[in-house]
Write a protein that binds this ligand. Structure first.
Ligand code: HEC
Length: 197
């Protein structure tokens, strides 16, 4: 090694190196606390019954529903499964295709009309909330039990600002006894049978 090389080396700043600093103790302590809490909470829950989001088990909710005067059948769930594809989740229907259930004079009138429509179906021109529709609604008498029809009608008659009485299963049974599976109604036939909505 020559004299010059030594001087050149001294002139240079030392190689930079990454500073190393340990993880702060407070962070390690916090991780330990969370770990103990997580494992502890988990083992504390083992063997306890699974609870729903509102902290009631499914059987408790059915009991609550029955006690509140309902049949234990969830009309809202039936609506979502059977009706919302056409009448929409908002109950507004689709202009020109499916009539609205919100503020529908047919739905909110004598419940016998709504029972007839859902049980037997509906076809031909009908005016709903100021607009005319001419579609076909399939009958649900075969798909849904009488109690389910009552539950879904009770639901739609009290949703989206609607405020009509609940529909009792007896009404659906009486309807079936009188009309059987008569096939779809028209608006004209409904008016002749039950009066204008
Ligand atoms: C396949 C689409 C379809 C399904 C599913 C359907 N509907 Fe309808 N609904 C219609 C059509 C179309 C009309 C209008 C028929 C006409 O023009 O004569 C109608 C009319 C009605 C009416 C009378 C008019 C009004 O808007 O108030 C009621 C009440 C009704 N439906 C309730 C229901 C309920 C409750 C269900 C679920 C159990 C249901 N519908 C399922 C298509 C459907």
């Amino acid at each position: 090694m020559s004299q010059n090389e030594h001087r050149a080396q001294r002139r240079e700043a030392p190689e930079p190196e990454e500073g190393a600093r340990g993880v702060p103790k407070i962070v390690i302590a916090w991780i330990l606390v969370l770990l103990v809490w997580g494992v502890g909470y988990y083992s504390w829950q083992i063997g306890k019954p699974m609870l729903g989001g509102d902290s009631r088990s499914a059987p408790e909710q059915v009991v609550a529903n029955t006690e509140s005067g309902g049949s234990g059948i969830d009309g809202g769930a039936i609506y979502n499964a059977q009706c919302s594809a056409c009448h929409q989740a908002t109950g507004q229907g689709i202009p020109g295709a499916f009539p609205p259930l919100a503020e529908s004079e047919w739905l909110l009138a004598d419940p016998k009309i709504a029972v007839s429509i859902v049980h037997d179906g509906l076809q031909g021109p009908i005016e709903v909330h100021g607009a005319t529709f001419a579609g076909v609604m399939p009958p649900f008498g075969g798909n849904l039990s009488n109690a389910e029809i009552a539950a879904v009608l009770t639901h739609v008659r009290s949703e989206w600002g609607n405020d009509a009485s609940s529909v009792d299963v007896d009404l659906v049974e009486a309807h079936e006894a009188e009309y059987g599976q008569r096939g779809p109604w028209t608006a004209e036939e409904l008016t002749a049978e039950f009066g204008a909505p």
